[in-house]
Design a protein around this ligand. Structure first.
Ligand SMILES: [Zn+2]
Ligand SMILES: [Zn+2]
Ligand SMILES: [Zn+2]
Length: 272
């Protein structure tokens, strides 16, 4: 299924952190996994904010829940208020690990808040975001499993993705946000370059998002779309290309970390 997962982490107990498990299989994909929590969808974002305030068009059910085809911008709005209520308004800085569409939800939430949209919270305290298999440059044309509206929003060149490039080029919470974007050659829903946020030639001039860290799992690593959530090995044996804004260069690395561990390191230390 093509949807999004979001995991929130605070700054305590690094070693007890758990990886997200399955993608949700029904209802809205924009569920929240709390840091240190073992279960998917432990917290729904629906009760934060007012449903009718932002792109309330389709995808709502009775009891004000969301369906699998809710406008990504609407989910981003709820997510921004979720972050505000539980963390930012209390001075808590968090990290976000996002899979697939979840990365667009987080990017939109940070972008609209940063530009001061009057329906969004005053600010967000998000230190790091790692997105895994997120279609920053668009999903493959045949991608299915998303709702019709969401699929349209995730098409390469959609007005939504163009908006994100224009308004969420380098989205920052208050105090700055460090972005890491992961893609994989074996992801048959989102091409490696488009998830890593660059182009096939890896020329920074063709990026889709300014992320300080980019990781491109090569074919031999065999990371498929959902493997970003499940490949928890702590070995350093993955074949990647990776980029760091500190050097401004892409390097080939055959002894790299696997996705879940890599995401941990990215949001915890910002190291590569
Ligand atoms: Zn809603
Ligand atoms: Zn809540
Ligand atoms: Zn950082």
């Amino acid at each position: 299924m093509f949807c999004g997962a979001l995991q929130i982490r605070d700054r305590h107990g690094i070693e007890t952190r758990r990886a997200p498990r399955e993608e949700p299989t029904s209802g809205s994909c924009a569920c929240i996994v709390r840091y240190g929590d073992d279960r998917e969808c432990s917290h729904w974002i629906s009760h934060h904010g007012s449903h009718r305030a932002h792109y309330y068009r389709y995808g709502h059910q009775l009891h004000e829940n969301h369906q699998a085809d809710t406008d990504i911008r609407h989910l981003g709005y709820h997510f921004a208020w979720f972050l505000w209520t539980h963390y930012s308004s209390r001075g808590k800085r968090v990290d976000i690990v996002a899979h697939s569409m979840g990365g667009l939800i987080a990017r939109y939430a940070l972008a609209q808040t940063e530009r001061g949209h009057d329906r969004f919270p005053p600010y967000l305290l998000v230190e790091d975001v790692a997105t895994l298999g997120t279609p920053h440059g668009g999903a493959r044309w045949y991608t299915s499993g998303c709702g019709r509206g969401q699929c349209i929003q995730m098409n390469a060149g959609s007005s939504f993705l163009v908006w994100l490039e224009q308004n969420g080029w380098e989205p920052d919470g208050r105090g700055g946000t460090d972005w890491s974007t992961f893609g994989s050659d074996d992801d048959n829903l989102v091409a490696a370059d488009r998830a890593a946020g660059t182009a096939r030639d890896r020329d920074p001039a063709h990026d889709y998002i300014v992320s300080c860290h980019k990781v491109w799992y090569r074919e031999s690593a065999n990371i498929e779309h959902s493997d970003f959530l499940h490949t928890v090995s702590k070995e350093t044996s993955a074949d990647v290309y990776r980029f760091s804004c500190r050097t401004g260069r892409w390097v080939r690395d055959d002894t790299s970390h696997w996705p879940v561990r890599r995401a941990d390191l990215a949001v915890t230390f910002g190291t590569f």
